[in-house]
Design a binder for this molecule. Structure first.
Ligand SMILES: [Zn+2]
Ligand SMILES: [Zn+2]
Length: 330
């Protein structure tokens, strides 16, 4: 078991922590277990980060496993790497769901789609890539197919990779029930990511009386909170932008106005009272820390709450267990 070193300088501390985390992620065992054992639902944060190209927080992506199905929500930078760290073949995702079109949620999509088609163990998709999202999703799939037409044509001719495996089954969906298979349901709902960022969805996933809600990118929204009322797990996006940074760089203004701060997210948690609340798309800007995040949230919400991290897992059954990756045995 690796132990994090204790250091005094905050900068050195964060650099070493990042390096230590990278080592721990590589060194920790990941044993493939495609089907769930004791838990009814399993949620793994693949990427808890933002557009920041950070080594310890990859782009936003969340894997939900239930009833033998693997459902993937958003595809930020590095989603393919995190999936394969879990020994989940990229071609083994049952359906893919997009919340909105910001690039920190789609940047990993071409990689996942193209690499998942390749024949080695990490790929192996032989059926169309099911992609479900707001209006514009099918156009995105058509655009990707056009952009990568040369690679697709070469691999079909040269490697004889099956055409069905690189085809998209892309569906533009309105809010409501968007997935129902063998007792697993997914409901899309409109969140509030600002007037200019529409459409933008969150998702509620249910199976055998248990429910997980992903806020998507949103400000405080009573609609989102209502969706999460009494959920087992409520994952909410959050961002902290220190006032000095906001003043120094006007580019942060739109981000600040489009996303929940810790008190806003905590407000949604207080409304919904889930069994467990977690921040899953974590924007720590400037010198903001996880302690700042929790401190601000705790002023509003006193229920069970964790700050998500890459490859943090939640096993949902009679209870909701939090399993950091170092301890994860799948
Ligand atoms: Zn966004
Ligand atoms: Zn985002």
């Amino acid at each position: 078991m690796l132990k994090a070193p204790v250091l005094k300088s905050p900068l050195l501390k964060s650099l070493v922590r990042a390096a230590w985390l990278a080592t721990a992620l590589v060194a920790a065992p990941a044993v493939a277990q495609p089907l769930l054992s004791q838990s009814v639902m399993r949620v793994t944060i693949l990427g808890s980060g933002t557009p920041v190209p950070a080594p310890d927080r990859f782009g936003n992506s969340t894997l939900v496993e239930a009833g033998g199905q693997r459902l993937l929500f958003d595809f930020g930078r590095g989603a393919s790497i995190r999936l394969w760290q879990l020994k989940v073949p990229l071609g083994g995702i049952t359906a893919h769901f997009l919340t909105h079109f910001h690039s920190d949620h789609t940047g990993g999509l071409p990689d996942l789609w193209l690499t998942g088609w390749l024949p080695p163990a990490y790929g192996q998709r032989r059926t169309p890539f099911v992609l479900i999202g707001p209006p514009g999703t099918a156009a995105l799939a058509r655009g990707l197919t056009q952009a990568f037409a040369a690679d697709i044509a070469i691999r079909e001719a040269d490697e004889h990779d099956p055409a069905e495996g690189i085809a998209f089954d892309a569906r533009d969906v309105a809010p409501g029930l968007v997935w129902e298979r063998d007792g697993v349901t997914v409901v899309a709902f409109a969140n509030d990511h600002g007037a200019a960022v529409k459409p933008s969805y969150g998702y509620s996933i249910a199976y055998q009386g248990h429910r997980v809600v992903l806020s998507g990118d949103t400000r405080y929204s009573p609609v989102v909170a209502a969706q999460a009322l009494g959920a087992d797990l409520f994952l909410h996006s959050v961002t902290i932008i220190p006032p000095a940074l906001l003043a120094a760089n006007p580019g942060y203004r739109a981000i600040f106005e489009h996303l929940a701060g810790p008190a806003d997210a905590a407000h949604a948690f207080a409304d919904a009272r889930p069994k467990l609340a977690a921040f899953y798309h974590v924007g720590l800007n400037g010198d903001a820390t996880e302690a700042d995040l929790l401190g601000a949230a705790r002023a509003v919400y006193d229920g069970p709450l964790v700050v998500g991290a890459d490859l943090m897992r939640f096993d949902i059954g009679a209870t909701v267990a939090v399993v950091p990756f170092e301890q994860a045995k799948r």
